[in-house]
Design a protein around this ligand. Structure first.
Ligand SMILES: [Zn+2]
Length: 285
């Protein structure tokens, strides 16, 4: 059964839960929808990770993020949610290790199930199944598995964070999904408010440390995400993951593997230098 019965009106008056791997994903992917919602007391958010890995230094033997980065990001999320008008008591942080959610999959699933059964949302927003960040994919898998095993109820919609793929024509994976599978929301009336909410994440949208060359979220990306409509894929967990594409499925699967590998290689390089160089520098100091 295809679940294209989700109307924007229905979304804007229902109990919604946004599951965000990191603090800021909820605003980037769903901020406009949250701002347009008619009853903010029905908005909920679960942050899966502690957010300690962003910004991450490129020269970790020389530069260090604040030891209280998790607290900084949590404070920013409170400010962002206040901009949106969501009650702060509706936000939950699981505090699992940033960048390693796939290694905490059992705990992630267990704690998500507990929270979702308490909140009882009608709609659950999770990252797109073929996102390029491993934490995003881990959250997607956890929710999908809970839903398939009937451990949670609620319709699942997928939001888009890392949708730029260099290997495909046009570079935007959303364009490879048939329109009828996507629910699109015009956010032009709240784009400035979304911008304000996103700007609260100063650690992500500004050069937060002197050693940064660019912000984690560039001005161009912030502007784009606050201007563009937000689109959501209505997921049917009974269907295969590839069913969201109408053509070129196996090429897209391969492209996703390569794109993710590219991102992972970059992350691994940073981690490698961190491990190799830090003890060396410390033994000399
Ligand atoms: Zn994220």
């Amino acid at each position: 059964m295809h679940q294209k019965t989700v109307t924007v009106d229905k979304l804007l008056s229902s109990t919604l839960l946004v599951v965000a791997p990191h603090m800021d994903d909820e605003v980037i992917g769903c901020g406009g929808l949250m701002l347009l919602h008619k009853d903010k007391s029905r908005l909920h958010c679960i942050y899966a990770s502690d957010g300690k890995k962003s910004p991450i230094p490129l020269l970790p033997w020389q530069h260090h993020p604040d030891s209280d980065l998790a607290e900084i990001r949590e404070l920013e999320s409170r400010e962002a949610l206040t901009e949106i008008g969501m009650p702060l008591e509706n936000a939950v942080t699981l505090g699992l290790p940033d960048g390693r959610l796939s290694r905490s999959s059992r705990e992630l699933k267990h704690r998500l199930e507990k929270e979702i059964c308490r909140i009882e949302p009608q709609f659950i927003f999770i990252p797109f199944r073929y996102d390029l960040h491993s934490d995003h994919v881990a959250v997607h898998r956890a929710i999908r598995e809970l839903k398939r095993n009937a451990r949670i109820s609620g319709t699942i919609l997928e939001y888009f964070i890392y949708f730029r793929w260099r290997l495909i024509d046009g570079g935007d994976i959303r364009r490879r999904i048939p329109e009828e599978k996507l629910t699109e929301i015009d956010i032009s009336s709240v784009s400035l408010a979304k911008r304000r909410a996103l700007s609260r994440y100063r650690s992500q949208t500004s050069i937060f440390y002197p050693w940064q060359e660019t912000p984690v979220l560039t001005e161009e990306r912030v502007q784009q995400r606050c201007r563009e409509p937000e689109s959501f894929l209505v997921a049917d967990p009974a269907e295969s993951l590839l069913s969201c594409f109408s053509a070129g499925k196996y090429w897209l699967l391969f492209a996703h593997y390569v794109e993710r590998l590219g991102k992972r290689r970059k992350d691994q390089l940073v981690a490698f230098f961190s491990r190799v160089w830090r003890p060396f520098v410390h033994s000399r100091s």
